[in-house]
Ligand binder design. Sequence first.
Ligand code: ADP
Ligand code: CIR
Length: 365
Amino acid sequence: KNDASCVKEIEEAYKTLQDPKCNSLLKKHLTQSVVDQLKNKKTKLGATLMDVIRSGVHNLDAGVGVYAPDSESYKVFAALFDPIIQEYHGFGPNDKQPDVDLGEGRTKELTPLDPEGKYIVSTRIRCGRSLNGFPFNPLLTNENYVAMQEKVKNVLAQVKDAVLAQVKDADLKGTYYPLQGMVKEVQNKLIADHFLFKEGDRHLQHANACRFWPVGRGIFHNNDKTFLIWVNEEDHLRLISMEQGSDVGKCLDRLIRGVKNIEKNVPFARDPHLGYLTFCPTNLGSTVRASVHIKLPKVSARKDFKEITDKLKLQVRGIHGEHSDSEGGVMDISNKQRLGLSEYQAVRQMYDGIKELIKMEKESK
Ligand code: ADP
Ligand code: CIR
C-alpha cells in the first residue's frame, strides 16, 4: 500500500471507531489530533498506525484495541500508547518498571488461599517473553517462525539436560509438541483442559498475528502439565505454571525455576522504561498474570461486584480465558496490572485481592 492510501485508511478507521457501540481505550485515546500527529509515521521495519489499531477497528467490542507490531512502535506511536498504558496500568510516561523480582525465597509467604477447596478450583501464573532480535507477530515471516521454533526447541533440549542434572528441577522436564501435525482431537482436548491457547481469536487475527498458522507454533509441557510453554501464539513465549488447588506459593516457585532455567540460555527483550516487551501493551513490564478459577456465588451476584474487583485491581475473565463466559459459576480472576510493579507484586495483587473476596464471601448472608 502506498502512503496516501494508508493515511486514507487511517482516517476511515477513525470514523469507524466513532460508532456508539465502541468503548475501547483505543477509541478514547485516538483523538483527531493524535491521528494527525501519527498518520504519516512508520517504524524502521515499516509498521504504521494502521497496523497498531487494525484489531480494535475490526473488533469494536475490544476492551483495549491496540497491539505493537514491533518494540519501536511503543516509541514511534507513544502519543497513542502512552495514555492507553497510563489508563490500563496507572503507569505514566516518566515512570520506570522496577527491577526484576520474581519473589525468589519468598514463595512460602503465599500459603494456600483456600485450603479446604471450597472456592478455588485451580491456580495459574504465566509470564510472557520476547526473543531479542525478532519483531512481534505481524512482522514475522514464515522463515522467522520456523527459525524461532528451532531456536526454542534447541534451548529446551539444553534445559532438559540441565534440569535432569538438578534433582530439584527434575519436575520441569518435558517435551515440545508442534501445532503443525498435531491430531485435532489432541489439540482440542488440550484447549478444553486449559493447557493450550485457542485458535482463531479474532482480536489476534485482525492484528495480523496469525499469519502462516500453525507454522512455528506449539506447546512444551512436563508430564503433569504443571509447567508449560506456549510458542509463538500472542507472544514469542508464554511461560506457564498451573495446578489444581490454591497453593499460589508452590505454583510461583515452579514458574521461577522454569524462567531461570530458560533465561540462562536465551536473551529476552527488555526495555529500561517498559520492562519486558510484549505484543500487547496490557502485558508489558512484569508480564505476569496470576489467576485462580474460583466460585464466589454470593459476592459475584452483587450489583457492585465490578466495582469491588476494580478497587482490588482484579480482572475477571470467563472459564475459557479472555473474551469467554463463566460456566457453572466458575470465573477466572487475576491481577489486572502488569506494568509498574514487580513480578512478585503482581502475584500479590491477585493473592491479596482473592483473600479479600473469599473473606467477603464467607461474611455474606
Ligand atoms: P492468558 O492467561 O495467557 O492471557 P487466556 O486468558 O486466554 O490467556 O487463558 C488461557 C487459558 O488458561 C484458558 O484456557 C484459561 O481457561 C486458562 N486458565 C487461566 N487461569 C486459569 C486457572 N487459574 N486455572 C486453570 N486454567 C486457567
Ligand atoms: C482487547 O482489546 O479486548 C484485546 N485486544 C485484548 C486486550 C488484552 N486484554 C486485557 O484486557 N488484558
